[in-house]
Write a protein that binds this ligand. Structure first.
Ligand code: 5AD
Ligand code: SF4
Length: 466
């Protein structure tokens, strides 16, 4: 076929789960775009469909599986369509998934995404390809940033006109083995990337116009502890990495996620006071307010230690916005145990939280615990927790009314702009000025909702300082 008449192949990636998956999807999009694929908006009309799945909770897995089931019809209509399952479900189920879902062409483990285009090629002419976790895994030294993806303009939505923030993976895997958690089995052992590779990638991002970077890892506090990350083998730490990335000229905001309270060091807490561009926002999953439950979860900290860390963090940075994850109805959780979680919520007053009913995950230790909590009790506990958290969100957000906050603009709409505060609150702005996504504008907050703020453009600089 003549090159001009050859149809460009299209792809569509659906992402479930965490920011690790979002970043992995971005890498897969990048790899496909490099091979000439174009992104398509309509999943049913795509030549390559990738479901980047999550298995952290039963519900997350079901969501991906029901979309996968629905794709059976589309594949019947267009047999040439390649259906690929990536992410944590793919990692756990491997070849079995192909057997269960015969319309799947490729199952690709979490650590094999870099081979995506070769593996897709291998599915041509054959019926199935399944590939799982490689043991001798290393994160590639440098994950190239495709200029097209950074410019954005050349790609159709959902890529924004001008990307201004990016995730940067600093480590993968997890060695903590919380008894409920599937991650060590889906993402493998903890491994930290080399400092040099991270800094190089950060420079490439900033040079390309990225204003905000979020450093990503399952447990960023233990960065550099399980393998050497410096060229001369010298000791290194996450707080040093934060300082090095923050020093890159042109970077306006720095964030990171996620942390385990047990590893939270005073050096890291000090960073919130000393690094100007480190945003005062901290996601610190507590999971439960009961020591008995925390111990059965193998979290390796107590409620008292958690509360002490919160106090210390607030002494370093009083305006820090804390968020958390909570599991209700863990096996053996009594009414009294749950009350302790409610008390902890009352005490800390998180700016926001993600709360879930415990669900058994295959292969985890807690799946074999025998004192499971009744579904109805779990639902009642979850509803109570979420109701109180919603009230606290509103109370906390109301404290911003009357303040002038620096807001990074994300998009300009027909009737205004939308942006984010340093504390990661979404702000709806009822006016417009000439600006681009990634620019920082001072906004006078005039209204607080449970999940977002409203405001207008302020002529005076920010009043909400450390
Ligand atoms: N059941 C319910 N929630 C879970 N999480 C992790 N595993 C489970 C499970 N088996 C929650 C934790 C974690 C968040 C990402 O998901 O709160 O921090
Ligand atoms: Fe889901 Fe955890 Fe996998 Fe992220 S690492 S996709 S949260 S199971």
């Amino acid at each position: 076929m003549n090159k001009n008449t050859m149809k460009q192949l299209s792809f569509n990636i659906k992402t479930f789960g965490c920011q690790m998956n979002e970043r992995d999807s971005e890498i897969m999009a990048q790899l496909l775009a490099e091979k000439g694929y174009v992104e398509s908006i309509d999943i049913e009309d795509s030549d390559v469909v990738i479901l980047n799945t999550c298995s952290i909770r039963a519900k997350a897995e079901q969501k991906a599986m029901s979309l996968l089931g629905a794709l059976r019809k589309a594949k019947k209509r267009r047999p040439g369509m390649k259906i690929c399952v990536a992410g944590c479900v793919a990692q756990q189920e491997g070849e079995e998934l192909c057997e269960r879902m015969p319309h799947v062409d490729l199952v690709i483990g979490t650590q094999n995404i870099y081979e995506l285009t070769e593996l897709l090629e291998a599915t041509r002419g054959t019926s199935k390809v399944a590939i799982s976790m490689s043991d001798a895994y290393e994160i590639p030294a440098f994950i190239p940033v495709l200029p097209k993806l950074l410019q954005g303009k050349e790609l159709p939505p959902p890529f924004p006109a001008r990307p201004f923030r990016k995730f940067l993976t600093i480590m993968q895997g997890c060695n903590n083995y919380c008894t409920y958690c599937v991650v060590p089995y889906t993402r493998g052992r903890e491994i930290s990337r080399k400092v040099e590779d991270i800094i190089n990638e950060a420079h490439v991002l900033v040079d390309a116009g990225i204003h905000e970077i979020t450093l990503l890892g399952q447990n960023v506090n233990s960065y550099g502890r399980t393998n050497p990350v410096t060229t001369d083998g010298s000791e290194y730490s996450f707080s040093l990495l934060l300082r090095e990335v923050a020093a890159i000229p042109g970077l306006k905001r720095l964030r990171f996620t996620t942390s385990n309270p047990k590893d939270l060091s005073p050096e890291l807490m000090r960073c919130f006071n000393e690094i100007e561009i480190l945003c005062p926002q901290f996601h610190l999953p507590v999971q439960s307010g009961s020591n008995a439950v925390l111990s059965k979860m193998n979290r390796k900290y107590t409620r008292e230690l958690y509360l002490q860390r919160v106090e210390e963090l607030r002494s370093f940075r009083p305006d820090i916005a804390l968020s958390t994850d909570v599991i209700v109805g863990f096996p053996g959780e009594t009414d009294a145990n749950f009350e302790q979680t409610m008390e902890l919520l009352e005490h800390v007053r998180f700016h926001s939280s993600f709360s879930f009913k415990y669900s058994d995950r295959p292969g985890t230790r807690s799946a074999d615990f025998d004192d499971k909590v009744d579904e109805l009790v779990k639902s009642q506990r979850l509803a109570r927790f979420q109701k109180r958290q919603d009230e606290i969100c509103l109370e906390q957000n109301s404290l911003y009314v009357g303040k002038n906050l620096p807001v990074m603009i994300e998009k300009v709409t027909e009737d205004g702009m939308v942006g984010r505060t340093e504390t990661n609150h979404i702000v709806h702005i009822e006016e417009k000025i000439e600006c681009l996504p990634g620019d920082i504008v001072h906004i006078a907050i005039n209204h607080a909702g449970q999940h977002s703020l409203n405001g207008g453009i302020s002529s005076t600089p920010a009043t909400y300082n450390k």
